[in-house]
Each structure stands twice: as C-alpha cells, then as structure tokens.
Ligand binder design. Structure first.
Ligand code: FES
Length: 163
C-alpha cells in the first residue's frame, strides 16, 4: 500500500494544495504509484482515488489520457511512437510497423527480453517532426524527432546498453 510505504511523501504532496483541493495531487501520486509498481495497477489507482477523494473512474480517465502513465505492465523502456493523424500523414504508421518488425513484435507488444514495449500514442506536440517517439524509463523521458527505423534502432540499442 502506498499510504503505508510513502506516508510522509504523500502528506508532503497533499500539503502543497488547499485542503479542499486534494484532487490536485492526483498526478504526482499517480507518478509515485507508477514508480513503485512499474505501472499504475488497479489497486494503486483505487488507492490514489481514495487519498484524493475522487472516484476511481476519474483517476482512470487521467491515466488513459496521458501517455506518461501506463495501466499495464511493459518493458524496461517504453518506446511511444506518435501515430496520431498528422504524424500518420508523415508515415508514422509504417515507421511504427517497420520498427516493431525489427524487434519481432507488433505495436503494443513487449520484446521477449522485456527490454522494450513499442506502442502508439496520441500527439506528443512534434507534429511537423514525424516520425517521432518518446522513450520513457525510470530515469525520465527523451523525445526523438525526425526518425528513421535505423536511427530509432540505434537509440534503442544505446538504451539497452545503459540498461
Ligand atoms: S500528431 Fe504526432 S506529434 Fe502531433
């Protein structure tokens, strides 16, 4: 339970907001949950909802909206390719499919070694620089714009080297 393990951090986070606006703490608490479990588990989602005093469905809608949160387990690195319409018009779908093929998976799947999950996400605000992907891991998030399959594979090999 987050409330037991992170009692002080949760209290400190809630203290940043007015007592009647606890819901404003939902995103940092979700981030805390994700750091703890690798993704936002159903239990953690319910716990965050209880802490901030909203319905779990409201918290779930935030998790579903932001590509920074995941509601399912994945690889050590998330390679999130924007496949939204403007990027699709610049070849993002083919880029995503070809990149997945290099790793023997389909979009949304995780490599056998558990290293990468390649998934499609909505706009990441680099529409004129597609194909674009954001690489996320425990250290944070890095954007890679104007990509080719070859340059993306190189980025991923470097990530794998760092582990
Ligand atoms: S639609 Fe892909 S970055 Fe905006």
């Amino acid at each position: 339970m987050l409330a037991e393990k992170y009692r002080e951090q949760i209290a400190a986070t809630l203290a940043k907001y007015p007592a009647d606006q606890k819901r404003s703490a939902v995103m940092p608490l979700l981030y805390m949950a994700q750091s703890e479990y690798g993704y936002v588990t159903k239990e953690a989602l319910a716990e965050v909802a209880e802490i901030v005093g909203v319905e779990p469905t409201q918290v779930a809608s935030i998790v579903g909206f932001y590509s920074l949160y995941y509601d399912h387990a994945g690889g050590q690195h998330r390679v999130q390719v924007c496949t939204d319409l403007p990027c699709a018009l610049r070849g993002a779908d083919k880029f995503a499919d070809d990149l997945c093929a290099k790793f023997g998976i389909k979009l949304g799947e995780t490599t056998k070694d558990g290293m990468f999950t390649i998934e499609g996400v909505m706009c990441v605000a680099a529409c004129d620089k597609a194909p674009v992907f954001q690489a996320q891991n425990k250290e944070g998030i890095v954007y890679h714009e104007n990509q080719t399959v070859e340059s993306a594979v190189k980025v991923m090999e470097e990530l794998k080297g760092k582990k």
